[in-house]
Ligand binder design. Structure first.
Ligand SMILES: C[S@@+](CC[C@H](N)C(=O)[O-])C[C@H]1O[C@@H](n2cnc3c(N)ncnc32)[C@H](O)[C@@H]1O
Length: 197
């Protein structure tokens, strides 16, 4: 069976990405890193039809589930890409190209020997700041208190990203699949919102 339309084949796509090439018209480009089964991406894209959302996920089965949901719901302004967050940031996006970055529940890799696999480290935070357009927003959530501290320190060390009030930044942001599960379990969630100066 052919891949559903919302899956972007990186082997054929023109890199770096341009919103007009991906979505057929110029529009603000937003990205989600680690989209899972696409619940947030589809709700957000449906609620903001004027944007183009690129959602990356490295687990192919999740990506395909997300694309099937997109086909069922008819959401047209989302593209799912089977790659890593790092590949998207460093190869597929250009500086100041991105209106918003969403990162919800990045893998915390709780074991000490796996900490080096964590996404939030200084070089990735610097690249996030670089690809965001001035005024662009980084929104992220984690349920892992230890990782939240590491993230807070990495973000505080990046002068191009300035904290903004989370209440406003998250006011209309729908819950992700993991967030719904964690809410049921009563697990606290830390939210971060930063703006590119
Ligand atoms: C804890 S889940 C959260 C999924 C979704 N954001 C949510 O909140 O429901 C983390 C997801 O990120 C994906 N992931 C982890 N590291 C990644 C990376 N470097 N690049 C792309 N996806 C990644 C995993 O496959 C997994 O689907």
């Amino acid at each position: 069976m052919d891949a559903p339309d919302s899956i972007l084949d990186l082997a054929r796509a023109s890199v770096p990405f341009e919103a007009s090439a991906l979505f057929g018209s110029a529009r603000p480009l937003e990205v989600e890193l680690g989209a899972g089964k696409g619940r947030f991406a589809l709700e957000w894209a449906a609620a903001h039809p004027g944007i183009g959302l690129v959602a990356v996920e490295r687990a192919r089965t999740y990506l395909e589930m997300a694309a099937r949901r997109a086909a069922r719901t008819g959401v047209a302004n989302v593209r799912f890409v089977h790659t890593t967050a790092e590949d998207l940031l460093f190869r597929c996006l250009t500086p100041s190209s991105t209106a918003a970055v969403h990162v919800y529940f990045p893998d915390p890799w709780p074991k000490m020997r796996h900490h080096k696999r964590r996404f939030f480290r200084p070089e990735n935070v610097a690249r996030l700041a670089e690809v965001l357009a001035p005024g662009g927003l980084l929104r992220l959530k984690t349920d892992h208190e230890g990782y939240a501290e590491v993230i807070a320190a990495a973000l505080a060390a990046e002068p191009r990203l300035q904290p903004v009030a989370p209440e406003a930044a998250f006011a209309d942001v729908p819950a992700t699949s993991f967030e719904i599960k964690y809410a049921r379990e009563g697990r606290p969630v830390r939210c971060f919102a930063l703006q590119r100066v």
